[in-house]
Ligand binder design. Structure first.
Ligand code: HEC
Length: 194
C-alpha cells in the first residue's frame, strides 16, 4: 500500500467514529447493567423460594412466587429506570408473563438452541429497538429449569397432588407445567427507554 492509500484507509476507518460515539448508546454497558439486574432478580427470587420451600414446603412457597416475584421485579424496575418482568411461552400467570412479539421470537430461539444442546444459562439477547414511543434497549435472559422448579413446573410425577390442586385453584389457565431439567422455563425481560 502506498502512503496515500494508507492515509485514505485511516480516514475511512476513523471518520465515522466520533459520530458513532455521540449518537449511539453504549450497548455493551447497557447489556452489562441489564445482565446484572437479571441476575439480581433470579438470585433474590431463588433465595426467597428456597427459604419458603424448606419451611413451608411447595404448597406454602406458591405464595412466594405469587407475591415476591412481582415485588422484586417492581423494586428492580424502580432502581434501574427500566421495566423488569418475567415472561414465558407457557405462562402460569398470563396477566404478568405473556410475552410481546419481540420476546416471543427470542424465547422461541432460546428453545431451539436449548433443544440443540446449548446451555440455557448462556442464552440471552440484547438489542436496540425503535418503537412508536421511541428507541428502547431490550434485553432477554433465559431462566433455566432447575431441580427445585420441578415441584411446581414439572410433571405429575414431580408435582404433589396438594400442590397441583392449589396451583389449579389459583391459576385455572396454568400452562407452566411439563418442564424438565435443561429446558428454558422463561426469561427475565428488561426494557429501558433511551
Ligand atoms: C412453589 C411452587 C413454585 C416453584 C418451586 C417454582 N415456581 Fe415458578 N411460578 C410459580 C407460580 C405460583 C408462578 C406464578 C406467579 C405469579 O402469579 O406471577 C410462577 C411463575 C413463574 C414464572 C413467570 C412466568 C409464568 O409462567 O407466569 C417463571 C419464569 C418461573 N415461575 C420460573 C421458575 C423457575 C425457573 C423455578 C425454579 C428455580 C420456579 N419457577 C420454581 C410457582 C413455583
Amino acid at each position: 500500500m502506498n502512503r496515500l492509500a494508507r492515509r485514505l484507509a485511516c480516514l475511512l476507518v476513523l471518520a465515522p467514529l466520533p459520530f458513532a460515539a455521540s449518537a449511539e448508546p453504549d450497548i455493551a454497558a447497557e447489556t452489562a447493567q441489564a445482565r446484572a439486574t437479571a441476575g439480581k432478580l433470579v438470585s433474590q427470587l431463588g433465595a426467597a423460594l428456597e427459604k419458603e420451600m424448606t419451611t413451608g414446603g411447595p404448597v406454602g412457597a406458591i405464595g412466594v412466587c405469587r407475591q415476591s416475584a412481582p415485588e422484586i421485579a417492581g423494586n428492580l424496575s424502580r432502581e434501574t429506570g427500566s421495566r423488569v418482568t418475567r415472561v414465558s411461552l407457557k405462562t402460569r400467570n398470563p396477566m404478568i408473563g405473556t410475552p410481546d412479539a419481540w420476546e416471543q421470537a427470542a424465547l422461541a430461539e432460546f428453545d431451539r438452541k436449548a433443544a440443540a444442546g446449548e446451555k440455557p444459562e448462556t442464552l440471552e439477547r440484547a438489542e436496540l429497538v425503535d418503537e412508536p414511543s421511541g428507541r428502547v434497549f431490550r434485553f432477554l435472559k433465559a431462566i433455566p429449569v432447575k431441580p427445585v422448579c420441578l415441584a411446581c413446573h414439572g410433571t405429575p410425577e414431580t408435582i404433589a397432588p396438594a400442590v397441583r390442586d392449589k396451583l389449579l385453584e389459583n391459576y385455572p389457565h396454568d400452562k407452566a407445567v411439563g418442564y424438565g431439567i435443561g429446558q428454558v422455563r422463561g426469561a427475565v425481560s428488561i426494557k429501558k427507554p433511551l
